[in-house]
Design a protein around this ligand. Structure first.
Ligand SMILES: Cc1ncc(C[n+]2csc(CCOP(=O)(O)OP(=O)(O)O)c2C)c(N)n1
Ligand SMILES: [Mg+2]
Length: 319
């Protein structure tokens, strides 16, 4: 737990959550204005999970996200200007514009990266955790996956392997109610936190719209993972307030569903918990100012030229 007084503590969490929200709202504008190409998966409505989880982590921990990973990158402290530049395909210091929204990585910030293969982050974080155990170095492997990813074979294989090998792996399942356009309940018979027992590991179910609760859960998970070198699973219940991807018209949603979910939306809930309108307004103004500076900085970053096309390639045939 943080030593800060409760209100200051919550205001710090609020700053990060509002930063993620404002960043992604700006990303939507950049998409419609053509400054970001391709489709993008937003975490609007799920901000409390990366913010709460990363508040429980240390710099030596290795985090792996999904294609819905902007929030995790921001919560790990990746600079907004670099993120904007990366998403805009510029020659950013992160991946030189090659990663974009769904494949960016920032290992200097303890963020091993995202990828679009559902469930694939689990063996990656397992590897990071196993490396720490074998090398006797500090830290845990942490992976964020969706509820749908729990039905992937590789997740089952990795959870079994992590339990058998006894590695400090923390799996955070973001149960956001949907697997692409299909309601989660139509695909999953047994929720993630109840499946943990089948691997002989502990788990917690937590309110994923409450950053403070997520922080407590992941603090506990990390301590158990480190103390017993056993994996731990945290299932965080939330709701995706945006489409599955940026072009998703969401015609599949039942009437009233979004309005109901917005009653429990995490950024507004946390502002209410802070209970200091002036302080919240000041944070929002400051975040918006920082965001504008970051975007201007990103726009000034050059676009990679054709002469760089062979750089940052890690696979291929050389003869
Ligand atoms: C191995 C694999 N199978 C299918 C897909 C297509 N796909 C992309 S996102 C997605 C849904 C994943 O849902 P969930 O794990 O709940 O994550 P969410 O998108 O809700 O964050 C699917 C099936 C994929 N990218 N990779
Ligand atoms: Mg989901």
């Amino acid at each position: 737990m943080s030593a800060l007084p409760a209100s200051e503590n919550l205001l710090g969490l609020y700053r990060q959550m509002y930063t993620i929200r404002a960043f992604e709202e700006q990303v939507m504008e950049l998409l419609s204005g053509g400054e970001i190409a391709g489709s993008t998966h937003l975490c609007i409505g799920q901000e409390a999970i990366p913010v709460g989880a990363c508040a429980a982590l240390e710099p030596e921990d290795a985090v792996v996200g999904t294609y819905r990973g902007h929030g995790w990158a921001i919560a790990r402290g990746v600079p907004l200007a670099e993120l904007f530049a990366e998403l805009m395909g510029r020659a950013s210091a992160l991946c030189g514009g090659r990663g974009g929204s769904a494949y960016l990585m920032a290992p200097d910030y303890g963020f091993l990266g995202e990828n679009s293969i559902v469930g694939a982050g689990v063996p990656m974080a397992l590897g990071a955790a196993l490396a720490r155990k074998v090398q006797g170095t500090a830290g845990v492997g942490v992976v964020s996956i969706g509820d749908g990813a729990m039905n992937q074979g590789v997740v089952h294989e990795s959870l079994n392997m992590a339990a058998v090998l006894g590695v400090p792996l923390v799996v955070v399942v973001e149960n956001n109610g949907y697997v692409e356009m299909t309601p989660s309940a139509a695909l999953t018979a047994v929720p993630a936190h109840r499946r943990a027992a089948a691997y002989g590991i502990e788990s917690l179910l937590v309110d994923g719209n409450n950053a403070d609760a997520v922080r407590d859960a992941v603090t506990h998970a990390r301590a158990v993972a480190l103390g017993s070198t056993r994996p731990f699973l945290v299932e965080a219940e939330t709701h995706r307030l945006a489409g599955h991807y940026s072009g998703d018209l969401q015609a599949y949603r039942p009437p009233g569903e979004l309005d109901a979910a917005r009653q429990r939306e995490p950024v507004v809930l946390l502002a209410a918990a802070v209970d200091d309108v002036a302080a919240v307004d000041a944070v929002r103004a400051d975040v918006q100012k920082g965001l504008a500076v970051a975007l201007a900085t990103a726009r000034a970053v050059s676009v990679p030229g054709a002469e760089d096309v062979r750089e940052r390639l890690y696979a291929g045939v050389t003869r």
